[in-house]
Design a protein around this ligand. Structure first.
Ligand code: ATR
Length: 281
């Protein structure tokens, strides 16, 4: 068996996925390749899918700007991806294209790997900052966990309201302005920053600064370029524990690889290797 895998998006040339999945193939003793497939916005996705089918692809990842649009061309979209409203992983099974979303699950796995007891014991309070696609995926996955509260803070409150609609659980969610979230920040066990604010080349920006934090609190940023964002530096300086963004990237890829190959690949040392690659950029 030779696995043909890849990534469709525009642009894709900066992607770290070829490195990650080639390493996964090696570690799983599987043969295959992972290609970058730059799809120009004027190309019809239907034709791209026919091409991938013809070429014998087993699956592919989907990135900006096709995560939502691709859903119209798949045979099946799994329930979680449907709830999130976006697909980042597609697998060919039984002659059908099936769509999944591994972002939120990847975030939760990354968190559990670093903090195995986080979801055990007393039910925790989480603050999710942002209301874009990444926030939707993480919110949907966190709703499957025994939490007390997941508040949503965003610049545009209506966008956060649109995400809250998917909550059919007993977990409480308040919608907060960024200012209000800042005032309440010390009341959360976990704070997750999901917006693009602070991403290279805007490294000197942060969505908010923290007035005060406790040392038990965990602060996550899903931005991984730069690896140490201004937001995380601020959290660290206030004494909180920090969780770096590239671990979500690795874990969402691990979930995708498992969907394609049924292999749960061991991530040992890849975290540090990826950190070195990112620091060298
Ligand atoms: P993604 O799919 O990567 O999550 P997105 O859907 O474009 O990205 O969402 C971007 C998120 O970043 C949103 O929460 C957006 O806030 P709005 O909903 O108010 O637009 C947030 N965002 C982007 N630039 C921002 C800025 N300069 N200040 C505050 N929030 C910002």
């Amino acid at each position: 068996m030779y696995y043909r895998l890849g990534l469709i998006g525009h642009p894709v040339k900066q992607s770290l996925s070829p490195w990650i999945h080639s390493e996964f193939l090696k570690r799983s003793h599987l043969k295959g390749q992972y290609d970058l497939i730059d799809v120009h916005p004027e190309e019809a996705l239907e034709n791209v899918l026919h091409h991938l089918q013809h070429e014998g692809y087993h699956g592919f990842n989907v990135t900006v700007p096709y995560k939502e649009k691709i859903m119209n061309y798949l045979d099946i979209v799994d329930e979680h991806a449907h709830r999130v409203g976006a697909v980042n992983t597609v697998a060919r099974r039984g002659g059908k294209w099936i769509g999944y979303n591994t972002d939120g699950i990847g975030y939760v796995r990354a968190l559990e790997e670093k903090y195995p007891k986080f979801f055990l014991g007393a039910e925790k309070n989480v603050l999710l900052i942002g209301a874009g696609g990444a926030a939707r995926g993480i919110y949907a996955s966190l709703l499957t966990k025994p939490l007390q509260r997941i508040d949503l803070a965003n610049r545009t409150l209506q966008h956060a309201e649109n995400i809250k609609i998917m909550n059919e659980t007993s977990i409480q969610t308040d919608i907060l302005s960024l200012e209000r979230a800042r005032e309440l920040c010390s009341t959360y066990d976990l704070i997750i920053q999901t917006t693009v604010v602070g991403m290279n080349p805007h490294e000197n920006e942060m969505i908010m600064s923290f007035p005060v934090l406790r040392k038990e609190q965990i602060v996550s940023d899903i931005v991984y370029q730069p690896i140490m964002t201004k937001f995380l530096r601020d959290a660290k300086s206030k004494g909180a524990q920090i969780h770096l963004g590239h671990s979500m990237l690795l874990h969402q890829a691990q979930v995708a690889f498992e969907i394609w190959t049924d292999q749960l690949v061991e991530l040992e040392k890849m975290d540090h290797q990826l950190e070195d690659i990112l620091k060298g950029r």
